[in-house]
Design a protein around this ligand. Structure first.
Ligand code: NDP
Ligand code: GDR
Length: 344
């Protein structure tokens, strides 16, 4: 029976990956950091919290001693590092914490693997945010990085540390450069889930207006459950390598708002521009979307669109779910949660 450590089990991707590895008969060790209130709602929603092969371990990325402890105790075959301070917006207000967690935290793990057992396979959650201010469309494994946030900068450090440990010490250390991936388990601070939760509330007449920042940013959004399959495939490949996972489609935040309202039969029209832009319910003529500059970022990533042809060719990975299907799945799940009285 293979053993895998997945860091960040309270997060979106780790929950789906744990579910996947359990179906593949792994013993899964999911790590969480100590907080004053526990937040296992994602694994509970997937119904795996009491699975006999799922074990939960306390671990903080910035604590090197706990990296040694968990690796020594578990003796894993594979480690998937999915924990991070992952919210770009917060990285501007907490740049040093972000660098320590999202950057140095990865080095802690690599050092512990190198010294305890260099045969452990390692997956690092790299990101399209590393491309930042892009000068190539679409972006692939060869596209140069120009990060636009402290989060992106920390992820570039972690990405190169992973490659460096592979080249220097021959670790099986891989990086997946994943473009945005969403799901009903996405955190509400991220724009897609903020939108689908608001659409559900506006539909149910529990909210009047949705306030957003930059509506013009373009993202390549896929379905998270498919992306965690790619992570597993990367660690089963014959050699450690870097892979982009993406849909090769790009849409604006405005497009995603329009799509999401459409799933509940609300047609939206757009008026004004930039900070004064509003979205109008064409049937009632009510303003249901407004721009609030509070949600703008000091530096923005304007356009992301990924080319995942290397992953398709070498791993047989590709996306299946369309953005329309994803928006519908997320809105439906938020309607259900908001109807049942609570929404995480
Ligand atoms: P989430 O924000 O949902 O989850 C992040 C996880 O990291 C949470 O479990 C969080 O714990 C944990 N964490 C934060 N700080 C620490 C710390 N100091 N020590 C230990 N754990 C910590 O992220 P996703 O699941 O969306 O993303 C998974 C990974 O993939 C992240 O590294 C992210 O940066 C990266 N990524 C994500 C993409 C996406 O579109 N989703 C795209 C590309 C990369 P807590 O619940 O306590 O906060
Ligand atoms: P991103 O995701 O920064 O791409 O990082 P997010 O959903 O936060 O933002 C996407 C785009 O939407 C614009 N935007 C808003 N964003 C938020 N959160 N809230 C708003 O109100 C809002 N209005 C407009 C943003 O400016 C941005 O352009 C995500 C995270 O999962 C990272 O961890 C991951 O590495 C990348 O995706 C790939």
């Amino acid at each position: 029976m293979k053993k895998a450590i997945i860091t960040g089990i309270t997060g979106q991707d780790a929950a789906y990956l744990a579910e996947l590895l359990l179906t593949k008969n792994y013993k899964v060790y999911g790590t969480y950091r100590r907080t004053s209130s526990t937040n296992f709602w994602r694994i509970e929603e997937l119904g795996i919290q009491d699975h006999p092969n799922l074990h939960l371990l306390e671990y903080d990325l910035i604590d090197l001693s706990s990296a040694y402890r968990i690796i020594g105790e578990v003796e894993p075959d594979e480690i998937y590092n999915l924990a991070a301070q992952s919210f770009v917006g917060v990285s501007f207000t907490q740049p040093i914490a972000t660098a320590n967690i999202t950057g140095i935290g990865v080095l802690n793990l690599l050092e512990a693997i190198r010294t305890i057992n260099p045969k452990i396979k390692f997956y690092q959650a790299s990101t399209s945010e590393m491309f930042g201010k892009v000068n190539a469309i679409p972006q692939n494994e060869e596209t140069p990085f120009h990060p636009r946030s402290p989060y992106g900068v920390a992820k570039v450090f972690a990405h190169w540390a992973t490659i460096n440990y592979q080249e220097s010490y021959n670790l099986f250390a891989t990086s997946g450069i994943l473009f945005n991936h969403e799901s009903p388990l996405r955190g509400k601070e991220f724009v897609t889930r903020k939108i689908t939760d608001a659409v559900a509330k506006i539909y149910l007449k529990k909210q009047d207006v949705l306030e957003l920042g930059n509506l013009n940013a373009k993202r390549d959004w896929g379905y998270a459950k498919e992306y965690v399959e790619g992570m597993h495939m990367m660690l089963q490949a014959p050699v450690a390598d870097t892979y982009v996972l993406a849909t090769n489609q790009t849409k604006t935040v405005r497009d995603f708002v329009t799509l999401s309202f459409k799933t509940v039969g609300i047609d939206i029209g757009w008026e004004g521009s930039n900070e004064s832009e509003v979205g109008i319910n064409l049937k009632t003529q009510q303003e249901i979307v407004k721009v609030n500059p509070q949600f703008y970022r000091p530096a923005e990533v304007d356009l992301l669109i990924g080319d995942a042809s290397k992953a398709k060719e070498n791993l047989g990975w590709e996306t299946k779910t369309t953005l329309e299907e994803l928006a519908e799945m997320m809105v439906k799940s938020d309607i259900k949660r908001n109807t049942n009285g609570g929404s995480f």
